[in-house]
Design a protein around this ligand. Structure first.
Ligand code: NAD
Length: 370
């Protein structure tokens, strides 16, 4: 069987698999590897790097025609296909289910790695955790760059400068990495989450955990948060209002899979922030945690800069591509084992399988469509 590594079509500089993993795909898994021309060029990987690792390089249509399994990151418009193909990417079908229409053809199987179960066994393939962790890190670096003040305390002959106050909304993978990064830079950090379990992790990073009593939790939600009542969100916004007005940097990461992001920061709260403060909203693609956020834009509202970006991992493409390479390789390895072993009902492969021979088979995606 053969693997095709595709170049991203939407300007995303990352590549799903870098040359560092190609050798392992060939030697350990026994696949032939075809790479699209300049697939990794924006992540710092040349065609020669792929060739040295054992792949051959071709133009896009040739890769699509030759390979049995095609690897990519973002959804793209599929060309006409003459033979049966398996696509493995990250198409976010819970939120962008319209993307699935393209794959509803009898010759197509689609796996979307954002649907992998968040279990210990699937951790090595967990693209969401890899990208969230890098985005959380980059959000703080970005905020530090855009902010008009410093992060750590400065004790100088000119006097003492107080450290930045960073507020992190949502203490999942991105939020925890944001907390750790802001702490390393010397900021005073506090964080909110609706999941009680997040409190311990926040405190273990040396930050203060703020919570609003009465959150709804669902043990069957796979560790994810669930939507909260408007009454709860109102109480939460009131408490957040107080903390936002004291913060110089807000990193907003609160999300609920497949749903609009919870609105946590109102305009009136932004207007209480000091001139030069920064909000980085990683939930902007899902509608944003801040009322003023605009996806993929930096806006200035009365002196407060609001960075709306759900894809900050793209701004560190070499590291992102390296992590994705590891995740894709581990999925391929598991996928091959399961295919060869004829195991029925593997939770990892079944969890990521969205379309089988043109038909929507994923129960989680189906439940979101109702
Ligand atoms: P996510 O991106 O879906 O959401 C980010 C955070 O926002 C979550 O912590 C969520 O609780 C929080 N949130 C949602 N609504 C909120 C609100 N109204 N106010 C404040 N916070 C709100 O989540 P994620 O980072 O992908 O992680 C989700 C869970 O999965 C976490 O419990 C994480 O520890 C777990 N996880 C497990 C594994 C594993 O075991 N392999 C891997 C990754 C994540």
């Amino acid at each position: 069987q053969s693997i095709g590594i595709l170049k991203e079509q939407n300007g995303d500089p990352r590549v799903c698999v870098g040359p560092m993993t190609v050798g392992k795909i060939i030697k350990d898994l026994g696949f032939t590897v075809y790479t699209e021309q300049s697939a990794g060029s924006q992540s710092g990987f040349s065609d020669e790097d792929y060739i040295s690792a054992g792949a051959t390089v071709h133009e896009r249509n040739e890769v699509i025609n030759k390979a049995d399994i095609l690897l990519f990151i973002n959804h793209f418009r599929l060309p006409h296909l003459d033979a049966s193909k398996t696509f493995i990417g990250i198409v976010n079908p819970l939120f962008h289910y319209n993307h699935l229409m393209d794959y509803m053809k009898p010759e197509i199987n689609l796996f979307s790695l954002d649907l992998l179960p968040r279990t210990t066994k699937a951790q090595s393939m967990d693209v969401l955790s890899s990208m969230a962790s890098l985005s959380g890190y980059k959000a703080v670096i970005k905020a530090a760059e855009v902010s008009n003040t410093v992060m750590p305390m400065f004790t100088t002959a000119a006097g003492t400068i107080r450290p930045a106050k960073v507020l992190v909304l949502g203490a999942g993978v991105a939020g925890l990495q944001a907390i750790a990064t802001a702490k390393r830079l010397g900021a005073v950090v506090e964080a909110f989450d609706v999941r009680k379990a997040a409190g311990e992790e926040v405190r273990s990073l040396g930050a203060k955990f703020i919570e609003v009593e009465g959150a709804t939790e669902n043990k069957d939600a796979g560790g994810y948060a669930v939507e909260q009542s408007e009454d709860y969100l109102q109480k939460q916004r009131e408490l957040i209002h107080k903390h936002v007005s004291e913060a110089t940097i807000v990193i907003a990461t609160a999300n609920i899979p497949g749903k609009k992001a919870p609105l946590l920061v109102r305009t009136e709260s932004v207007e209480k922030m000091k001139f030069g403060s920064v909000i980085v909203d990683l939930a902007s693609e899902q509608g944003g945690n801040c009322e003023l956020s605009q996806d993929e834009k930096i806006i200035n509202h009365k002196g407060v800069k609001i960075v709306g970006s759900s894809f900050l991992a793209r701004e560190i493409p070499a590291t992102s591509s390296q992590m994705l390479s590891g995740n894709f390789f581990n999925f391929l390895k598991h996928f091959k084992l399961i295919e060869e072993g004829e195991v029925q009902n593997d939770p990892i492969v079944d969890g990521a399988l969205v379309v089988k021979e043109g038909k929507l088979v994923n129960e989680r995606v189906k439940s979101f469509l109702i």
